[in-house]
Design a protein around this ligand. Structure first.
Ligand SMILES: *Cc1c(COP(=O)(O)O)cnc(C)c1O
Length: 470
């Protein structure tokens, strides 16, 4: 498989190059597969749902074809995924896709663990160390740090916005040792992302070091995320007849989004043949994408802090991939789009708990509220021409192609639960009056000492530090 550059159609690179370079430093463009392969109809039509690992192996094969031996790919998948997504019904037409069963309790483990093993595979033949730079608005850093910890030949520098992530997330980042270190940056996530992006295009640094990224801009993080969509869509389709007597469900994936890497992975899964009818792009007050879908004008803005802080992104990096893959009209047909403020998020956690008994985290709550609103009348209103004011929380005015499946009672919602609620215990406490219990693997981390290094958001200071410390 060859990979194209979103900014220069003459560029075409192999998987190895796309993975190790992260993005095209010359153009600033992102890599996308030149074509999307299709799953075999055998895999898509089995009466028992294939295992997550089987789907991952079959799904990854064409993307790495000729560059990773099948036997090695199988080892990578087995080693990366000792855990799987869990599909949990919470009411007759709503399922939660729990993506927090990996080591850091967030969905980013799926992408980061595959990426780390693939990079290590490709780096075996090199003499130099590969330096990974990663900006995080929360969960990326811990997933990447954990995935790369003690992987030979690689080291990782994580940049996070000081004080703008939850105390537990900060603990997860600041306690790495050895080949993984965290910089606590006096600025926002966008400042962190800018430092990393500038470093990648800095010819000076590139001469000195082999640099690579690990943000959702890296294609090797995006691809494996598509596999849990396929797994869940098949699992839901196969159990609906039993759960709710819907024979031909229209599966709507509701995705709490920040940089839109997760949602882009869903688009890839749909193209590969996963039985997904449509998507809801759900954001917090950082509503750059809902506004683009409403108005047709894309305007990046500074990010604002919210309860669902892993989605506090004002300039979503995967917008560029979505725009490359589809035009605006296609996006408006595929996506319902929804945004929600902080009060609505608290309300969503509370409502989900009251109505279903399920404790959802603030990110999942944004998606839950979007879906709950859509199936409880918001989509019907929209079809009738009653539009929500885009400046107020709610659905954007476009009517997606799947809108009628909601009225026909064929639509089944899948909420992507991207983090364990215990990672946002304070917010959950505020909403429902008690904190969720903390999984063991998080509790262990609270006992470790803080090893993070303070960093200014000034590029030259950051660059000097890299030169002196890498
Ligand atoms: C990163 C993250 C998101 C946003 O995912 P994107 O791929 O950036 O859209 C949502 N929820 C949680 C918990 C996250 O860590």
């Amino acid at each position: 498989m060859q990979y194209k550059d979103t900014r220069d159609s003459s560029v075409s690179v192999d998987f190895r190059t796309a993975v190790l370079s992260g993005m095209n430093a010359k153009t600033g463009g992102l890599y996308v597969p030149e074509s999307i392969p299709h799953f075999s109809s055998d895999l898509l039509n089995r009466s028992t749902t294939p295992s997550f690992r089987d789907i991952a192996f079959e799904g990854a094969k064409p993307f790495v074809d000729g560059e990773i031996l099948e036997a090695d790919l199988e080892k990578i998948i087995i080693d990366a995924y000792p855990f799987a997504p869990q599909v949990v019904p919470i009411d007759p037409i709503t399922y939660v896709m729990e993506l927090f069963h990996g080591p850091t309790c967030a969905f980013k483990d799926f992408g980061a663990r595959f990426m780390a093993r693939v990079m290590s595979y490709f780096n075996q033949k090199e003499n130099d160390r590969l330096h990974i730079l990663v900006a995080t608005s929360g969960d990326t850093g811990s997933a990447v740090g954990s995935a790369f910890h003690n992987v030979p030949g690689l080291d990782v520098t994580i940049l996070y916005p000081k004080g703008k992530i939850s105390p537990l997330q900060e603990k997860q980042l600041s306690t790495f040792t050895g080949n993984v270190r965290a910089l606590s940056v006096d600025g926002t996530f966008d400042d962190c992302q800018k430092l990393v992006k500038t470093a990648f295009t800095d010819a000076d640094l590139r001469k000195k070091f082999r640099l690579s990224s690990a943000n959702s801009i890296n294609i090797s993080r995006l691809l494996p995320q598509s596999f849990y969509y396929t797994y869940t869509a098949l699992a839901v389709r196969n159990r609906c007849a039993m759960d709710n007597k819907i024979e031909n469900p229209a599966v709507i994936m509701t995705v709490p989004s920040g940089n839109f890497g997760n949602l882009t992975s869903g688009l890839i899964a749909k193209e590969m043949g996963a039985p997904i009818e449509g998507f809801v792009a759900a954001t917090n007050s950082n509503r750059t994408i809902p506004d683009w879908i409403s108005s047709g004008k894309y305007e990046a803005r500074p990010s604002v802090s919210t309860y669902s802080n892993a989605m506090d992104v004002g300039a979503p990096s995967n917008y560029e991939r979505i725009k490359y893959m589809y035009n605006l009209e296609e996006v408006r047909k595929m996506f319902g789009s929804y945004w929600l403020d902080n009060d609505g998020t608290l309300e969503g956690i509370k409502k989900c708990h009251q109505n279903t008994g399920y404790i959802i985290d603030p990110h999942g709550a944004v998606a839950y509220t979007a879906w709950d609103d859509i199936r409880s009348g918001a989509m019907e209103k929209l079809i009738k021409g009653e539009k929500n004011d885009p400046a107020k929380p709610g659905l954007t005015p476009n009517v997606p192609a799947w809108a009628n499946t909601v009225l026909e009672k064929r639509a089944v919602g899948v909420i992507l639960e991207t983090a364990h609620p215990a990672k946002f215990g304070e917010v959950v406490q505020k909403a429902i009056g008690r904190e969720p219990s903390i999984p063991d693997r998080l509790q262990q981390i609270m006992k470790l000492p803080d090893m993070s290094i303070d960093m200014s958001k000034d590029y030259e200071t950051f660059k000097d530090w890299l030169i002196n410390n890498l």
